[in-house]
Write a protein that binds this ligand. Structure first.
Ligand code: AAL
Length: 392
């Protein structure tokens, strides 16, 4: 048998190889694209751009919850630090103020001396949200950005966030700005990835930001779904209140499970009441939600049984899957014009900032991460000119 089988196998494999070569040669439009090592982001962006331009073919006409996504490198950020020393990740929602867009993100300069109360034992961390700060950048068009520097430094010991502050998101409420973020008092990952959420306040998106130095969303009890970490705080204004969605990942027999919960408050500094139906979403990773029609839509991105779905809830609590898609933006921070207007009819989103985890070589095999722009069509207005083409 073996002698008989081998020739068949070799013919088959050479045909396969040949067809593979032909496929490579015949595919002048670059699919399947091979990512050259030096510029994965650019190739991915160009390939996805083409994917996006085939949009009509993919878009079921009657489903406004369906979209593909395209990615574009941002001007103003260095994509070439392949030694992984500078990380920018976990962008906030994008806001618009006095003619400029603002985005806030975790910034970690792992290649240089760390300012502040690091312990003698600190080494360059294997995770790029350790010993980090919240920085921000501004833009007039969403493509070309100018990095402004530190918005929120790490806290003074022993306040929450003295070790690291990361994964921030912003709320505008009654003329003031509130920045919620993960406030680590342990070395993330090396000592666990658990942290509560703290908040800082400012009169302007440019700061100065004053830390309240108290926890506003505490970890749950050890045996509760959110007993391990309170990550990715994400505030929206809905039903006249602050709906703060967050992710928790708890160890279930050492397997990290990531779900999303909701805490509601009348005041940005709390008290926040965790919803009795938590976790309200059984998948995802970083939190990305927006007012849509009468309710709230959610991008369920990386993990869980319902990852890569777009979901919808009339009440902001009971969600259901409305579309399945692909290549969703990691840690997406959309530009949401009606995020804080307590709208009764959300218009949706067409773009935002997300991150792309790239192999870097921070000591210990960590990763440097870069910010990118994503575009999509999850908008009732299709106000993106490009979308008009897709929706005529
Ligand atoms: C991100 C977020 C949180 C985690 C880490 C940094 O994807 O879920 O912020 O702590 O990874």
């Amino acid at each position: 048998n073996r002698t008989f089988f081998l020739p068949i196998l070799s013919v088959a494999s050479s045909l396969l190889l040949l067809s593979g070569c032909q496929k490579e040669a015949a595919n002048e439009d670059g699919f399947p694209f091979v990512l050259p090592a030096e510029k994965p982001e650019r190739q991915l962006s160009e390939a996805l751009h083409r994917n996006y331009d085939n949009f009509e073919a993919a878009r079921p006409e009657d489903n406004e919850f369906y979209s593909l996504f395209k990615y574009t490198e941002l001007e103003g950020f260095d994509y070439n630090n392949f030694d992984g020393t500078i990380t920018r990740r976990d962008p906030s929602k994008v806001i618009f103020h006095n003619g400029k867009y603002y985005v806030y993100y975790t910034h970690r300069d792992t290649g240089h001396v760390v300012r502040g109360p690091a312990r003698a034992t600190d080494v360059i961390p294997a995770r790029d949200w350790d010993l980090s700060e919240i920085w921000y950048a501004t833009s007039e068009d969403g493509f070309k950005w100018e990095e402004q520097g530190v918005a929120i430094p790490r806290a003074e010991k022993p306040n929450p966030g003295w070790r690291s502050v990361s994964t921030a998101d912003i709320l505008e409420w009654e003329g003031k700005y509130y920045m919620y973020y993960q406030a680590f008092s342990i070395q993330p990952v090396a000592e666990g990835d658990y942290c509560p959420v703290a908040v800082s306040v400012a009169d302007s998106p440019d700061g100065p930001w004053t830390p309240i130095n108290q926890v506003v969303i505490p970890n749950g009890a050890e045996d509760e779904w959110d007993g391990y970490s309170i990550h990715d705080p994400y505030p929206l204004v809905f039903n006249g209140k602050i709906y703060l969605y967050y992710k928790s990942d708890f160890d279930v027999k050492e397997r990290r499970v990531r779900m999303q919960g909701l805490a509601i408050a009348d005041n940005p500094l709390g008290p926040f009441e965790k919803h009795p139906l938590n976790p309200v979403l059984n998948s995802g990773h970083e939190t990305t939600l927006f007012p849509f029609r009468e309710g709230i839509a959610a991008l369920q991105i990386r993990d869980g049984n319902e990852h890569y779905t777009v979901q919808y809830s009339e009440d902001g609590v009971n969600f259901e899957v409305k579309a399945i898609t692909e290549l969703m933006p990691f840690a997406a921070g959309p530009f949401i014009p009606d995020a804080f207007t307590d709208t009764d009819y959300g218009r949706g989103i067409t773009w935002g900032i997300s991150h792309n985890i790239k192999a870097g070589n921070i000591n210990g095999g960590g990763r440097a991460t870069v910010l990118m722009r994503f575009d999509c069509d999850l908008s009732l207005d299709h106000h993106d000119p490009l979308m008009k083409k897709h929706n005529t």
